[in-house]
Ligand binder design. Sequence first.
Ligand code: NAD
Ligand code: UDP
Length: 335
Amino acid sequence: MIGFRLLIGFHTCFSEYYPVTFRVLITGVAGFLGSHLADRLLGEGFSVIGVDNLSTGTLENLAHLANEQRFCFEEHDICLPFDPGQVDYVFNLASPASPPEYLRLAIETLRVGSAGTENTLEIARKSGAAYLHASTSECYGDPLEHPQSESYWGNVNPVGPRSVYDEAKRYAEALVMAYHRSRSVDTRLVRIFNTYGPRLLPSDGRVISNFMMQAVRGEPLTVYGSGNQTRSFCYVDDLIEGILLLSRSNEHLPVNLGNPTEFSILECAQAVLEATNSKSRLQFESLPEDDPTRRCPDIAKARTLLGWEPKIPLKEGLARSLSFFRSKVLVGPGA
Ligand code: NAD
Ligand code: UDP
């Protein structure tokens, strides 16, 4: 164990005896998706070793696991080598994911996609563990093909501001495939499209968290550009189900997971106003550079391969998320 630090309230990874249960390593466990994945795997009886450097995640997302015997947490930057002991599965989710955050953490984002991902692949190789990497629809850039299927190679600006995320994720995909082909690691790649739900950091700047927080506070909803750009929004429970199905499949090439119902950002704002019963107005602001014009997953591969498709429409997902965002208003903006 190199450089691991015990956090009061959580079990350390080596203070407990883990008998015969399957041991899973999740990087980025204090983030939005990582914390939901941990809940789901613990619910299925696995032991979870969670690692996070808390750069965009928060221990609040794990507070309910403080007394969970099968969960341990270590604060650690995965760009520095670490040894979690023998593990059976590695889920590599660590990376800033929100555009304002990966622009703020530009070099760190490139490092976690490269050095960080390589460190986790080495852990899987040494343990003989299976491996799943969280990739992104951002690999398609501002797509010229619509909807986007896995066979599309994308339209990415390699030197624009978003390149720190897009190219880190594209490099990570290449690295994962190289470890599969040259080092026989049993890998999987999921290309995640915009996913939302409780535990999205209210202040991290993504569209659903921004709109929900603005609506419940009665502030204007900040629409960037004309609002005619599109995204496809997947509720977190649907995505986690897809990730688990993929983790148990034998597919090594990328698989899209996301909700194929496409909304303009204006339609998304309207859906948030209805879900929150808010009278907030829209406030138009400038469009960030290289903001993709449209985004919609072709999920034919996931349907055929995994028998998966999302079940929760945007209206229902926003309703399910409302109490979380309301609770964050009560405790203030930095929460
Ligand atoms: P998040 O920011 O909530 O979670 C990411 C977590 O990784 C955070 O807790 C952060 O502290 C941690 N982290 C970052 N760098 C680290 C490092 N060097 N070492 C250790 N921990 C580190 O984001 P999220 O939405 O939960 O995304 C999780 C993963 O899924 C990311 O890899 C992201 O790129 C991918 N993804 C998410 C979405 C989405 O819509 N949520 C879409 C596409 C891809
Ligand atoms: N967006 C917006 N207002 C906001 C935040 C985001 O109009 O307050 C837009 C953003 O420009 C983009 C879309 O919503 O077109 C989705 O942005 P997000 O940051 O959630 O993720 P992206 O898909 O761009 O990575």
